[in-house]
Ligand binder design. Structure first.
Ligand code: SF4
Ligand code: SF4
Length: 376
């Protein structure tokens, strides 16, 4: 065995940055065996953790940035180690030292300066709603509709937010927006590893929600849903994902999709499924469409990640080494002509995957909001 230098100071830095679970890992390797990167160029979370436990050089390598925080390893770890929490702590040390991939730096700089990771101007955040008669949230409005940065700035996914507005307006839901005041929920800052920036964004949003007396928030992105639910201090505020609202409206008979033809499969977004435990609401929405529904082999807590979480949406990857391409192959394998999802990151990643495989003619990627709106 070659000589290695143990560096307890590095281990202490990781523990101080929030990676306390380093101590719980007994190196069984289940995480490495379950990581979806095994089907591509590989990622060894057990090894990354080992390096952290001993303060060994090399934890700062490429592997650390490949983790898409999909939680596949965490739901299987026999010690319930917060593996992504350890990864985040390690990342935060490197972000602090300015030693991290350039594409992620661009996203964090944009977040810091404009409150979104997509290089959009802060003043342009409400532009997605142009031409639609949507009121500004005032105290007493039932729901705040929180558009995520992706649906606010990205031209493709703006349609998801606009279609959701059309659905809510069709059933007379009492909702408003505060896009002229709110900012990113902070998920990219949290997961790429800038806790200070995350806290600033969180404080800003919490201040706005409190000032307007917000009691119920409908999120479009599962990343905002998870972040508000688990990382914000908002006692008494109900956080919902839009699929839960649609499922309730359908179940109570208020919303009646007219039915669509064709075949469909459903891709579970990691932050709605594994992270938040919501598997049924989106399936109720799928079933309401009346299409022929086939599950992919890997579904619910075994679903394959699209590769967009944990900064993955900004990481540069090569064709042949993309989780989204694997997922598209699996979706096409069901025979379905539509793969539905409920997350703007999944939408972008899966569309890119289908294009890079030249399968965009074989299968369409549609958000559930788009499908419901087209069935009204
Ligand atoms: S599965 Fe859990 S205990 Fe096993 S190596 Fe991974 S983190 Fe450690
Ligand atoms: S969270 Fe996902 S990508 Fe990251 S190490 Fe675990 S299984 Fe692999």
């Amino acid at each position: 065995m070659s000589d290695v230098t143990l560096n307890p100071e590095v281990t202490e830095m990781i523990l101080d940055a929030g990676g306390e679970d380093l101590r719980m890992c007994y190196q069984c390797g289940t995480c490495t065996g379950s990581c979806p990167w095994n089907m591509l160029s590989g990622l060894n979370p057990r090894g990354v953790i080992r390096k952290g436990q001993f303060g060994l050089e090399g934890f700062e390598g490429e592997e650390l940035w490949k983790c898409v925080t999909c939680n596949t390893c965490m739901v299987r770890c026999p010690r319930q180690v917060d593996i992504t929490g350890i990864m985040r702590s390690m990342r935060s040390i490197l972000v602090e030292m300015d030693q991290y991939p350039k594409s992620l730096r661009t996203a964090l700089n944009s977040l810091d300066q404009e409150g979104n990771p997509w290089l959009g101007l802060k003043s342009e955040r409400p532009a997605w709603i142009q031409g639609m008669d949507v009121k500004t949230y005032t105290e007493g409005t039932e729901y705040l509709l929180f558009s995520c940065c992706t649906t606010a700035y990205d031209p493709r996914t703006q349609k998801i937010a606009r279609d959701l507005v059309k659905i809510f307006q069709s059933v007379g839901l009492d909702f408003g927006i505060l896009d002229h005041e709110t900012t990113c929920c902070g998920d990219p800052a949290h997961n790429i590893g800038n806790p200070e920036l995350f806290e600033n964004l969180k404080d800003e949003n919490e201040g706005v929600f409190s000032q307007y007396g917000v009691k119920k928030i409908i999120t479009i992105s599962p990343h905002c849903y998870k972040t508000f639910s688990d990382l914000y201090d908002m006692e008494g505020v109900e956080i919902l994902h839009y699929t839960q609202v649609l499922a309730d409206l359908i179940e109570s008979g208020v919303l009646k999709p007219k039915g669509l033809d064709g075949t469909i499969t459903y891709h579970d977004p990691c932050y709605l499924g594994r992270h938040s435990g919501e598997y049924e609401a989106p399936r109720k929405v799928v079933e309401s469409l009346g299409m022929q529904f086939t599950e992919m082999e890997r579904n619910r807590d075994r679903a394959l990640c699209c590769g967009g979480g944990g900064g993955g949406a900004w990481r540069e990857t090569k064709t042949g080494d993309r989780l989204a391409e694997l997922r598209i192959e699996e979706a096409v394998g069901t025979g379905a002509k539509v793969v539905a999802t409920a997350c703007p990151f999944c939408m972008l990643m899966l569309e890119d995957g289908a294009k890079s495989l030249n399968k965009d003619e074989d299968i369409q990627i549609r958000d559930l909001a788009e499908l419901v709106a087209s069935s009204l």
